[in-house]
Write a protein that binds this ligand. Structure first.
Ligand code: IDP
Ligand code: MG
Length: 154
């Protein structure tokens, strides 16, 4: 099973949508492997958004990501990276399809509720960036055989 990194951005924290979004992930059968609250700072954001540091909106994005504490979460499941990206929707909330998290909770290309890892390389780096190894639990719920068939289990 794959691991992926979610950040409940200040837009989710301030608007009180964390619970509803966790419910969606649990309904889907994703396993919570790690979860904690933290205040992001400039250092970690420059690493996390290294691909965006030269963009004109970067200072504003950094301020927005530090506007409140965030909740970071590691989710685990079969093809979890792609599954969570599909559930997350397009970057711009105005273009994200209804039914996706951004499509249902965001109308902004910046204030778009959650971050979700976009590929296996990023997911591995991001889980390691936000969690110490002992904060990640490789537990498997008892009901996992009702989430995946025996043929789908790794
Ligand atoms: P993603 O979050 O869908 O993977 P990225 O292109 O990796 O999108 O951008 C990271 C974050 O930077 C976005 O989620 C959004 O908050 C912010 N962002 C991206 N493009 C813009 C923009 O054009 N204006 C303002 N913020 C942006
Ligand atoms: Mg991205």
């Amino acid at each position: 099973m794959e691991k992926t990194l979610i950040i409940f951005k200040p837009s989710a924290m301030e608007r009180g949508y964390v619970g509803q979004i966790i419910t969606r992930f649990q309904q889907k059968g994703l396993i919570i492997s790690g979860c904690k609250m933290m205040q992001l700072d400039e250092k970690i954001l420059r690493e996390h958004y290294a691909h965006l540091v030269d963009k004109p909106f970067f200072p504003n994005l950094m301020a927005a990501m530090m506007a409140s504490p965030v909740i970071v979460m590691c989710l685990r499941g079969k093809d979890a990276i792609n599954v969570v990206r599909l559930m997350t929707g397009a970057t711009n909330g105005r273009e994200a399809l209804p039914g996706t998290i951004r499509g249902d909770f965001s109308s902004s290309n910046q204030e778009n509720i959650i971050h979700a890892s976009s590929c296996p390389e990023d997911a591995a780096a991001e889980v390691a960036r936000f969690f110490r190894p002992e904060e990640i639990f490789d537990w498997v719920p008892q009901n996992i055989r009702f989430v995946y068939s025996a043929f789908e289990m790794d």
